[in-house]
Every structure is written in C-alpha cells, then in structure tokens.
Design a protein around this ligand. Structure first.
Ligand code: MN
Length: 215
C-alpha cells in the first residue's frame, strides 16, 4: 500500500515537469550570448547591464526576399539568431516572399505553431493531419486573411495569383526549426539508400536517383 503511494507521488512529481510551453521568465530578459561557454537549452544570458537596444532590434523586413530559385519563394527569418533578445521568449517572426505561383514547399516546424497573415497578393495554404487520416485542410487566402498551422504538422503555401505575394508569419518559438520534407528525404547527407526510398515511395530506384539529383 505504501509503495503504491510512492509510485503515485513519483507520477505526480514527473507530470508537473511536463510543460506545454517555455517556462515563464525569472528575470526581465536573457539576451542570448551565443559565444558563452555554458551549454543550456537555448542560450546563456549575457550580463543584463550590457544589454542594448540593438539586442532587441532587427531591420529590413520591408525588403523583398529574392525568389529567383526553383521553388519561387524566399523565407526571411527573424528568430533568436537575428535578435538575441528573443532568447527564452518562445516567439519569432518571418517574412515570406512568393513569385507568381511560387511555393513554400511542404515542411514542418518541430518546435512551433505558426500564424500567417497575407499582406500582399493571395495564397493557397494547407496542412495535413497526422496518420492515419492524413486529411488535407486547405484554403485560399486574400490580403488581410490569417491562417494557423498547428505545431509539427506538414504544411505549405503557394502564391495563388499571377502577381507576387507576401506573408508575415509569427511562430511560437524563439527557434522554431524547419524540416523541409523533400530536402530531408531526398537531400540528406549522406543520402538514404535509393532502394529504401524506392520501396517507401512505391517506385523504382532510377526515379529516386533522378529526384535525389535535384537536391
Ligand atoms: Mn511554416
């Protein structure tokens, strides 16, 4: 009986550590010190007395990204890598530019939910629910429309018009991370064996070699 209470106590103690978000701040800010010798989850703080306005600042999001690439889109991230003052705050931004019919290919963010606003043009967007349903939830957005991509789910955007499109996205992590499906699967280093991919995608190794050569 006593041991049952011990087990229950341990369970409660363990559950209380399972946080659904970053822990709340214990100080005003923790400006990242990427060169600091201490390895922590995130970055160590630099001396708060040395913090400057530039630690909380980024310039240039008014400028278009260069979309002259095979997918016709460009993501300009504004994460803790660009703004050290974002460290520990669980939030970041990005600007996404699209050429006409350009796509931001299917990808996931392992650490963030994404909320997007169209500020120019129109976008066809979507995400896919997890196995076994794999349901595609999709919508065409116009300027001013907002859409949410739940954390971890595969999602994409495509310029749905003949003009350029621009979106601003906010992400619920200082370092959301990105896994672009095609790049991860067909462009890994070293490559996944082509017979593994051939069977996975129910095709032949020649087709896999051809796709891998694109990445
Ligand atoms: Mn995204």
């Amino acid at each position: 009986m006593a041991s049952r209470f011990v087990v229950l106590g341990l369970l409660i103690a363990t559950c209380s550590l399972a946080l659904a978000s970053d822990p709340s701040s214990l100080q005003d800010f923790c400006v990242a010190d990427p060169s600091g010798p201490v390895m922590v989850n995130g970055f160590a703080c630099k001396d708060p007395k040395a913090a400057q306005a530039t630690d909380f600042f980024f310039a240039g999001l008014h400028m278009s990204g260069n979309t002259s690439n095979p997918v016709g889109s460009k993501v300009t991230p504004v994460t803790v890598a660009q703004i050290p003052g974002l460290n520990t705050f669980g939030i970041s931004l990005a600007r996404i530019d699209f050429a006409p019919w350009g796509i931001n290919p299917p990808h996931t963010h392992p650490r963030a939910t994404e909320i997007l606003i169209v500020i120019e043009g129109s976008l066809e967007v979507g995400f896919i629910t997890s196995n076994p349903e794999n349901r595609l939830i999709t919508k065409v957005l116009q300027k001013g429309d907002v859409f949410v991509f739940p954390v971890n789910l595969v999602h994409f955007q495509r310029s749905a018009g003949y003009g350029n499109a621009v979106a601003i996205v906010a992400l619920s992590s200082q370092n959301p991370g990105v896994i672009t499906i095609a790049n991860a699967v067909f462009g890994s280093n070293p490559a996944i064996a082509n017979d593994i991919l051939a069977k996975s995608f129910q095709t032949d190794t020649k087709t896999i070699d051809w796709i891998q050569s694109k990445f």
